[in-house]
Design a protein around this ligand. Structure first.
Ligand code: AHR
Length: 497
């Protein structure tokens, strides 16, 4: 099977905002308690942050982490999570039906983010609360001093403002499961008025309005249109969320699901541009794909968890090799839309549908999906270039004309590096591939990383890393042409520089 890719330095899609490789920590399951925080762990800081987890987060070079939710934020009183820990209330957390002890809150998370070398993407509660709580939280976080809420922060030991730049106006407000669920008109009005008040407190912030919870919602894409009718001039981004799964065990169909993701992004972009035209606006709306991942392995186990415990093991999907292939394809889809999708968050980061897992009192380890995420986060900075792909195709249950070859290309002009990400979706055969890189004539081949495994269902565990990349790919470069074989069902990173 033969395939070809043509790459040219002039085929620019757009600049990649590093926040495209963000992630997410929600107060959910063992993400916070037992994940980033475990007071009595031998590797923890005095404050209780696990340094082994921080090291893995740093390996991923995560640029931004969304916090504190998720569904949880829609009934969260942020005031419960600040001030002396001994005085903080334990509350029923309604989204996941657990008890929230509030040992960790806004200030501690800001401390953790500094240690992990990342930014915070904050979310405000527009479920049970509204304008007042949001503007107070912003004043608490970002105002230097001389006002009630900023001085309260200072009295809590945080003299300097956190200067959080990116703020989400609620979470999945279109979802009937959301505490304080709203219609698009109700949400649009509230998001607009909250945005206006927040900008009065701090005009430097960037705001994200809620799009649909997924592309199958009955209100999609009308929700987007109505929300933007209200908020277009006051917000900077519209969110997208989507999770994928291989429930029917049909891998060929599963690996094609990024075609659906591509359509989702195109529809949301078109909806934004429709409202732009309707409003005769000069402003272009950007997208924040701030929840994406594979999520289905743990669905059954989660049904069996008793309510009202603290930090039970919820949403602990154990990822397979084929999940890593899909995650690579998802990341490439985001890169190819870098002109409009400026932020995205793999949901989530630790223990909860996550690339990083921990044993309580034990080690931290890498799931299969850690690797494609790390590769694209590290090597995917710069300008997204459009790969012109010619590939044989297949049909699957839900898709027709699925190219066996999937690719995205990033040129880091500053570092003089070109990175070609490639997925071979063929489950039996290698792809005989040539890549035209004549416009990067002076570049040399640096590395061909491959993630492959004969067992599509192979998983990593705390004891054994069955799925990990090697750098023995067979790519060779001669007179501006790369020749290589992409082994069946494999994720590849070819680096030039
Ligand atoms: O990431 C898990 C959950 O998925 C989030 O809390 C919610 O926003 C989404 O439905």
């Amino acid at each position: 099977l033969k395939a070809k890719v043509t790459i040219d330095r002039e085929f620019k899609i757009g600049d990649i905002d590093k926040r495209l490789y963000g992630s997410f920590i929600e107060h959910l399951g063992r993400a916070v308690y037992g994940g980033i925080y475990e007071l009595n762990h031998p590797d923890s800081t005095e404050q209780g942050f696990r340094t082994d987890v921080i090291e893995l987060v740093k390996e991923l070079q995560v640029p931004i982490v969304r916090y504190p939710g998720g569904n949880m934020v829609s009934a969260y009183n942020w005031e419960d999570g600040v001030g002396p820990v001994s005085e903080r209330p334990k509350k029923l957390e309604l989204a996941w039906r657990v008890v929230e002890p509030n040992y960790i809150g806004t200030n501690e998370f800001a401390d953790w983010a500094k240690l992990a070398n990342t930014e915070v993407m904050m979310a405000v509660n527009l479920g049970t609360r509204g304008i007042d709580a949001a503007r107070n939280l912003l004043e608490y976080c970002n105002h230097p001093s001389g006002s009630y809420w900023s001085d309260l922060r200072r009295s809590h030991g945080y003299k300097e403002p956190h200067k959080f730049k990116t703020w989400c106006l609620g979470n999945e407000m279109d979802g009937p499961w959301q505490v304080g669920h709203k219609t698009a008109d109700e949400y649009g009005r509230l998001a607009l008025e909250t945005a206006k008040a927040m900008r009065l407190v701090d005009p430097t912030i960037e705001l994200v309005a809620c799009g649909s919870s997924n592309a199958n919602m009955p209100t999609f894409p009308e929700w987007e249109a109505t929300t933007l009718e209200h908020t277009y001039e006051e917000v900077d981004y519209l969110s997208l969320h989507q999770y994928y799964g291989n429930r029917s065990g049909d891998t060929a169909n599963y690996l094609a699901k990024t075609l659906e993701m591509d359509d989702f992004i195109k529809t949301v972009t078109a909806t934004c541009d429709y409202i732009k035209a309707k409003k005769r606006s000069k402003k272009t709306m950007h997208l924040s794909f701030d929840e994406w991942n594979v999520w289905f392995h743990s669905n059954q186990a989660d049904q069996e968890i008793e309510p009202w415990s603290i930090a039970p093991p919820q949403l602990e999907d154990v990822y397979t090799f084929e999940d890593a292939l899909l995650v690579g394809s998802i990341l490439m889809t985001l890169v190819r839309h870098a002109d409009r999708v400026k932020m995205a968050c793999m949901a989530q980061l630790v223990n909860v549908i996550a690339p990083i897992m921990t044993e309580t009192g034990g080690s931290a380890w890498k799931q299969t999906i850690f690797y494609p995420y790390m590769h694209v986060s590290i090597f995917g900075r710069g300008t997204s270039l459009k790969p012109v792909i010619s590939s044989p195709k297949y049909d699957s249950k839900d898709f027709t004309d699925v190219p066996y070859l999937d690719s995205a290309v990033v040129w880091n002009e500053e570092k003089d590096e070109l990175t070609i990400f490639l997925l071979n979706r063929h489950l039996q055969d290698a792809l005989d591939l040539t890549i035209d890189v004549r416009s990067f004539e002076e570049y040399k081949l640096k590395e061909h990383i491959v993630l492959e495994n004969d067992d599509l269902k192979a998983v990593n565990t705390v004891r054994q890393e069955a799925v990990k990349p090697h750098s023995n790919g067979d790519a060779s470069l001669d007179k501006g042409t790369i020749c290589t074989h992409l082994s069946k069902a494999s994720w590849n990173v070819i680096r030039l520089g």
